[in-house]
Ligand binder design. Structure first.
Ligand code: FAD
Length: 467
């Protein structure tokens, strides 16, 4: 018989089956509350004294922040955690405005964090959704070549996928393409049957529920504007500076021992606030989708992607079925005039000024001017975008689509104009910087990889911060 292990946390004492890796433990479903009110103990900090401070403050209520918060509290149920999010809901930005594709890990440089964490993250994501009743669909994906040059690049992609240990990959020809996607045309395709779709906003909120169920505190509407070292102990005890980092927000300050920032489009600014380098800077790229009219949804069964252009980090406009039955086409990639600028008219003089003053952006624009202008043109002119998509689904007509939602990508950019491709983590060298870990670049497929990223961040935190 397997004996349950008892876990004490601020919400009571729970039982779980042993030998499950922490990150795969599913709260609510597998954990059974043995006793709530009687055995609920007053929370005590790591050395046993009651306290108002927090052991770790996580900044950012997107999917990376909430996955990290959940992972940390799972590993350290007796410590005290808080998450601060500047908007009034969780997943207000990238995590709630994306394609919703659970990526398999094909595209990424073998050996990179992106490749490793995506392959690992996909498995963890499916398991998490199963255990938490979150709807997803393993509808698969075809990366379709429509000419010989793309077909030869497809072979390279297949090899890369194999090196990354992506399961189930297969090269297929025109007949099989039609079997899978009756309205899609192509001369060759790379099939990824394990690719799926999910609502990552839903997943983020579920991580948040897990975190709260374990006694974690989430404060939305709290924008972090600074960090400084506290002058005295918040507990007013003799312990001295037990919670030395003060996290400043307009609605009040929070004292803690350590901080992890997962700020997405503001990742660089949060890093700078703690004395870290302003580079790499985040440049916002808006991605605009078209929406297939519901009566035309039959044109698309699973994900249909182009063969990506290796010069750019984005995957190109694609057909993506949504978990609610809609079909999105896109996104393109145009420079946004505001960090969280979802519409053409959204404009922030300071954001734009900052972006244009950055040598990295000027170099990027200069290098890819023609491509960038093409993206803007296709963003304004739906017919031009539909023409690109018709190469894959020739039956698609201009009258079959409406303008759809938009998302804004946080793209980290080096000073030399290079797009930072891999996930980036950073800490400062100052007294305060030593206590803060920044997730500075978490681009796609970070939603897919969120649980794997969280494991890695928690490992970093444990190693660096000695919780
Ligand atoms: C158009 C688009 C399509 C994508 N498609 C996919 C896909 O199909 N599959 C996939 O895996 N990935 C995809 N991605 C990538 C994925 O969405 C992101 O990598 C992921 O959501 C990043 O999560 P995050 O938590 O780092 O960032 P975010 O979700 O942006 O969260 C950061 C949070 O920090 C908060 N914040 C920032 N500054 C402060 C502050 N000072 N104080 C308090 N809070 C602050 C913000 O309000 C925000 O909520 C896509 C992204 C975009 C934009």
């Amino acid at each position: 018989m397997i004996t349950p292990v008892r876990i004490a946390c601020r919400r009571g004492i729970f039982e779980k089956l042993p030998l499950l890796p922490c990150s795969q433990v599913v709260l609510c479903k597998q954990l059974r509350v043995v006793s709530s009110s009687q055995q609920r103990r007053q929370f005590t900090s790591s050395n046993g004294s009651a306290s108002k401070g927090y052991d770790v403050c996580i900044i950012g209520g997107g999917i990376v922040g909430m996955a990290t918060a959940r992972e940390l509290i799972l590993r350290h149920p007796m410590l005290k955690f808080i998450t601060l999010e500047k908007e009034n809901i969780l997943a207000p930005h990238q995590s709630g405005h994306n394609s919703g594709v659970i990526h398999a890990g094909i595209y990424y440089q073998p050996g990179s964090l992106k490749a490793k964490l995506c392959v690992e993250g996909l498995e963890m994501c499916y398991k998490y959704c199963d255990d938490n009743n979150i709807p997803y669909k393993k509808c698969g994906k075809l990366i379709v070549a429509v000419n010989q040059e793309q077909a030869s690049r497809l072979d390279g992609l297949y090899e890369r996928g194999l090196q990354n240990n992506v399961k189930g990959l297969k090269i297929i020809g025109p007949e099989e393409i039609r079997e899978r996607e009756p309205y899609c045309r192509g001369i060759k395709s790379l099939e990824s049957p394990n690719t799926g779709i999910v609502d990552f906003g839903h997943v983020t909120r579920s991580y948040g529920e897990n975190f709260k169920d374990m006694g974690g505190n989430i404060k939305t509407g709290h924008k972090v504007t600074g960090f400084h070292m506290a002058k005295e102990s918040v507990a007013g005890s003799k312990e001295g500076l037990k919670y030395p980092v003060t996290v400043v927000t307009k609605k009040g300050n929070f004292n803690c021992r350590y901080v992890v920032t997962c700020g997405g489009l503001h990742a660089d600014r949060l890093a700078e606030l703690s004395g870290c380098s302003p580079v790499p800077k985040i440049v916002p790229f808006r991605g605009e989708y078209l929406l297939l009219k519901p009566e035309k949804n039959y044109l698309v069964r699973g994900n249909i992607y182009p063969v990506p252009d290796p010069r750019f980090p984005f995957l190109g406009v694609h057909f993506t079925p949504r978990i609610d039955g809609a079909v999105w086409l896109g996104p393109n990639a145009v420079l946004a005039f505001k960090r969280e600028g979802y519409g053409y008219t959204d404009f922030s003089a300071s954001d734009l000024f900052e972006a244009l003053c950055y040598s990295g952006l000027r170099k990027l624009v200069f290098k890819h001017l023609a491509y960038g202008m093409g993206e803007i043109y296709r963003g304004l002119n739906i017919a031009a975008q539909v023409n690109i998509l018709r190469k894959f689904v020739p039956e698609l007509k201009f009258s079959d689509v409406n303008r759809g939602p938009t998302g804004v990508r946080a793209q980290a950019l080096g000073e030399d104009g290079s797009l930072v491709d891999d996930f980036v983590f950073d800490t400062g060298k100052t007294e305060i910087g030593e206590r803060i870990l920044h997730v500075r670049n978490a681009p796609s497929p970070a939603a897919t990889s969120s649980l794997a990223i969280a494991k890695m961040v928690a490992d970093h935190v444990e190693k660096k911060f000695e919780l």
